[in-house]
Design a protein around this ligand. Structure first.
Ligand SMILES: [Zn+2]
Length: 499
């Protein structure tokens, strides 16, 4: 029990709180810790092998041959997204760290323990002799109060106001998601959560997250103390059963008069958001492009940190629908780790000034092929040698310059020329750079004299013969235009190919 006591000078009353030491952690807590740290698959990357956490035996068809524990099957491509797994380079001298948070409630006083357990496995040559050594340490014990945490061993006070200030100084919005150390799992003892009802936690309703926390293994100190006690929006989010938003980012929901203003999406999406327990990143994607597809939100959410501004631009500028994009990527089997290739593709398409408002540019058939093709075009475009060859050749090709009352015909004189022609005409002449530079084909532009700045007909010549003449969208020129072209063709001077 908490005792009240005078301080050394007998001028004020201090609280005397008996705190746990490593030796007197209650048995039910020790049992809970042991239970939680079983049932994980350990994956050894270098050997591509899965092991039972309990016995460190290699699994056979995801069953431990020693303790017969059955594990869910894990596909290699899901390695990084499987929660019940620990990935290690090598499992020799394996060390697994678990952190456990435990609330201890004394009347209306609340103490939160942070207990660290380190399991060290050593592996002699025979796997069956694997031995496990555990070390338990109480990292901290906090007296939790309305506005602060006091570390009882050191008497250090951490005020929530200070945390708010620190938070404002950081730029990343969602930085609290990664607050727990990356290598350790962080669990919460949930059996006594309901007892928090009679404490400073009464308005937070954190006990409603009991079920949720039973399967959670990445819990932070702030989400158990600072967030529920400091932000009124925490209770509001818990009320809406938006638990993941409550525990990770309640500070983003402090402004706005109604649902739409607070959440940035219409209220009709609420039941969906509840159903999938929407995560902060999924919610962010939802705001940019509302949709009822958890997989799609997860896909884009996973890249939100890096590409959020892209999504925003696509939707705003190109009127792209992210759900449509997701269905496309799925069809084309662009798995989420390949998504940067798609970004890359759009960046290249942008540089090549393809029309990103067109669906067949946004969603090309055979995505990887389209990607690679564009990449090669870019390589050629960036090649200064090819550009200078086209320039010097155009001086020779100028001998074929044509002019009458209405039209002019002249050669392309740079890669930039080809790209611009492609963009105006919606054809693929931009890909001809290499051919033009090596004199495998000659490209000429025909213009109306009344409209010299705009493309009219793109002409390809090989060995003094017109092989293609195309207007916008690859349409055939009219008969009159063909007559002019044929007349010009008769007088063409050949360019001698240099070896
Ligand atoms: Zn086992």
């Amino acid at each position: 029990m908490v005792q009240l006591k005078y301080n050394e000078n007998f001028d004020s009353i201090i609280k005397e709180i008996p705190i746990w030491s490593e030796e007197n952690i209650p048995q039910n807590i020790l049992d809970f810790m042991e239970k939680k740290e079983k049932n994980m698959v350990i994956y050894e990357e270098s050997q591509n092998t899965f092991y039972c956490e309990n016995c460190l035996e290699p699994l056979e068809n995801f069953i431990c041959p020693k303790c017969h524990q059955v594990y869910p099957e894990i596909l290699l491509e899901n390695l990084n997204t499987t929660p019940d797994m620990i990935i290690k380079d090598k499992i020799e001298n394996l060390e697994i760290i678990n952190v456990f948070y435990v609330f201890e409630i004394y009347g209306s006083d609340v103490i939160l323990y942070k207990i660290r357990k380190e399991n060290r496995y050593s592996m002699p040559p025979y796997l069956s002799k694997t031995s496990k050594q555990s070390k338990i340490e109480i990292v901290s014990s906090y007296l939790v109060e309305k506005n602060s945490l006091t570390e009882l061993k050191t008497s250090k006070v951490l005020s929530f106001e200070t945390l708010v200030k620190e938070m404002k100084e950081r730029t990343a919005e969602f930085n609290f998601e990664d607050i727990s150390s990356y290598n350790a799992r962080h669990f919460l003892y949930t059996e006594n959560l309901l007892d928090l009802k009679n404490t400073i936690y009464k308005y937070s309703r954190i006990w409603e997250l009991k079920e949720f926390y039973e399967s959670e293994r990445n819990i932070s100190l702030y989400e158990l103390t600072f967030f529920p006690l400091y932000y009124p929006s925490y209770e509001y989010l818990v009320n809406y059963k938006l638990y993941d938003l409550a525990r990770k980012v309640p500070y983003l929901f402090c402004k706005g008069k109604n649902f739409q203003e607070i959440f940035g999406v219409e209220k009709k999406y609420l039941s969906f958001m509840q159903k999938i327990n929407i995560s902060p990143y999924e919610w962010k994607v939802m705001q940019i492009c509302p949709m009822l597809d958890k997989e799609a939100l997860k896909y884009f959410g996973a890249w939100c940190d890096v590409y959020c501004s892209y999504y925003d631009e696509w939707v705003r500028v190109y009127h792209m629908n992210l759900k449509e994009l997701y269905d496309y990527l799925k069809r084309e089997e662009v798995e989420y780790w390949l998504f940067p290739d798609y970004i890359d593709y759009l960046d290249m398409a942008n540089t090549m000034r393809l029309d990103l408002k067109k669906k067949d540019v946004l969603y090309p058939k055979n995505f990887m092929e389209a990607h690679d093709k564009l990449y090669q075009e870019m390589e050629i475009m960036k090649d200064p040698e090819i550009d200078s060859k086209i320039k010097s050749l155009s001086n020779v090709l100028k001998l074929n310059y044509y002019e009458d009352e209405d039209y002019v015909i002249y050669p392309a004189s740079s890669i930039e020329d080809l790209i611009k022609e492609s963009q105006d005409q919606h054809n693929c002449v931009r890909t001809y750079g290499e051919k033009v530079a090596s004199v495998d084909s000659e490209i000429y532009f025909m213009r109306k004299k009344s409209d010299l700045n705009h493309s009219f007909v793109t002409i390809e010549v090989i060995d003094k013969k017109v092989v293609q003449a195309r207007c916008k969208y690859n349409e055939d020129p009219s008969e009159d235009i063909w007559k002019v072209i044929e007349k010009w063709e008769k007088n063409l001077i050949p360019v001698i190919k240099q070896k």
